[in-house]
Write a protein that binds this ligand. Sequence first.
Ligand code: DX5
Ligand code: ZN
Length: 220
Amino acid sequence: MSRKPRIAPSILSGDFAALGAEARAMEAAGADWLHIDVMDGHFVPNLTVGPMVIGALRPLVKLPFDVHLMISPVDPYLQAFAEAGADVITVHPEAGPHLHRTIQAIKALGKKAGVALNPATPAQAVEPVLGEIDLVLAMTVNPGFGGQKFIVSQLDKIRTLAAMIARSGRAIELEVDGGVTAENASEVAAAGASMLVAGTAGFKGGPAAYAANLRALRGA
Ligand code: DX5
Ligand code: ZN
């Protein structure tokens, strides 16, 4: 059976005029990680933040920074994100021709490495690198925007990934990102997710609601 999932609120759904206060409020509310979505307007059709914003947030909270890079190319920027304070750096296989090399570069920077799979990318895309990575991120929306609807067909892939991870015998986090709500969180956790990203569902109602939002997502 699944354990209670941990929660990584996505700052993408926070108030961009007050990102520092948002990060602090989420830490105070008991978030496990802070998920930071980096978009380049090229790999995905939206633009967000880069290493400078991450570096500005870093001294404000102790929360691990879970940096989801939706940029291409990605290799030239890995060092900047590592130096800005990322703890986990997650990349998409489609973002560069040499996924294994990218993972090696993240590990050489002393960071945890993750691989993100788009809804149309098969679970098997991550199999050859399971021995090297710390996290698999299963996208349950197409990347680019918060507030989209959870793609239910991805539950099967989450189960497949959970089984692959169990077979590997390694402690690999299975993170699910996109359209997660208090209503579907327990089903997603039961499919094998250990970490749920929550944008809209994490930040709705403003800071006074964050602790209750996290409780609802954990199924408490
Ligand atoms: C989408 C991002 C997600 C997004 C999730 O490209 O990767 O992390 O912030 O937002 P919600 O939870 O609103 O779908
Ligand atoms: Zn994300």
